[in-house]
Design a protein around this ligand. Structure first.
Ligand code: SAM
Length: 282
């Protein structure tokens, strides 16, 4: 499949027309007031274990005040706002989906963080940023959509400062295949570009990156999903839909979650944290 068709089918997978309106309406119906970045955590962290995982990664990566961060595939900007609010970072988010960027900007304005967090619609495979511009490149559940990871790692190497690093929280392939579809990041195998953790590390090393931290966090992800499933089972049948990622993912939310849990349980996927330092370029 050529790059244009690949991008088109990925956009079809993630597309959620009028997302900003959907969120505004759901927030109004819930009776909640959005004043702080904390108030949006239920629906703006588009990865397993939500904000807890973002905070854990930030601590592992030793994020600090003044760090200039590029958030690849930033989604609705939840992680970017948390990094700004809790760790004092200045964050630029980039995402393929124009409606995600619109929603990210709306939520960032609502919580008063627009002076520290900005967004740009674009393809992370052609980063529109100057060399050595960022201290940290941040990636949570995005590499699975990238077929040519070595080319992306070259781009990342270019935009990082000489002492820069990548903080990643990624799904990798397990020992068993094929995976069950659809999942949150792919309708079918054509847009699923998972590789196993060893291959990912080897590709990073070839691009001039050395892991200082690499941790498997699969068990915690499985427990998180099981806790959600048991909460959902206890909900009254006539309860209104929760203010959660279902607003972003839409009617296929439950099916995708079910397949992801099966993939985790059957070792078809694993989840890792990595902090990877820029070293040299081969
Ligand atoms: C599972 S979501 C994760 C969003 C965000 N990182 C988070 O954790 O909340 C994957 C995101 O990657 C974005 N994405 C996928 N391929 C991309 C590309 N080539 N360039 C920019 N964004 C991309 C999608 O639009 C989507 O928002």
């Amino acid at each position: 499949m050529n790059q244009d068709r690949r991008t088109q089918s990925l956009s079809d997978h993630y597309r959620r027309p009028d997302l900003a309106d959907i969120l505004r309406e759901a927030i109004a119906k819930s009776g909640k007031t959005i004043r702080s970045y904390q108030d949006t955590a239920a629906f703006d962290e588009f990865h397993m274990r939500g904000r807890e995982a973002t905070r854990e990664l930030a601590r592992l990566a030793d994020m600090s005040t003044g760090d200039k961060v590029l958030d690849l595939g930033c989604g609705l900007g939840g992680p970017a706002r948390m990094l700004a609010a809790e760790f004092g970072c200045t964050v630029t988010g980039i995402d393929l989906m124009a409606e995600y960027i619109e929603a990210a900007e709306m939520l960032t304005d609502m919580v008063g963080l627009a002076h520290r967090v900005t967004f740009r619609q674009g393809d992370m495979q052609a980063l529109p940023f100057a060399d050595s511009r960022f201290d940290v490149v941040w990636s949570q559940h995005t590499l699975m959509n990238i077929a040519d990871k070595p080319a992306l790692f070259e781009q990342i190497h270019r935009v990082l400062t000489p002492k820069g690093k990548i903080a990643l929280y990624e799904v990798v392939a397990g020992n068993v295949s094929p995976r069950h579809y659809p999942v949150q990041w792919a309708t079918d195998p054509s847009m699923d570009h998972l590789i196993d953790g060893d291959t990912l590390r080897a590709q990073l090393a070839a691009a001039g990156f050395v892991p200082s931290i690499w941790q498997d966090t699969t068990a915690a992800c499985r427990q998180w999903f099981e806790a959600i499933q048991s909460r959902m089972a206890d909900r009254p049948k006539d309860a209104p839909p929760p203010l959660g990622l279902n607003l972003v993912i839409g009617p296929t939310t439950a099916e995708k979650a079910k397949n992801t849990v099966r993939n985790l349980k059957e070792d078809r996927i694993r989840v890792v944290y990595g902090v990877v330092e820029k070293s040299f370029k081969c």
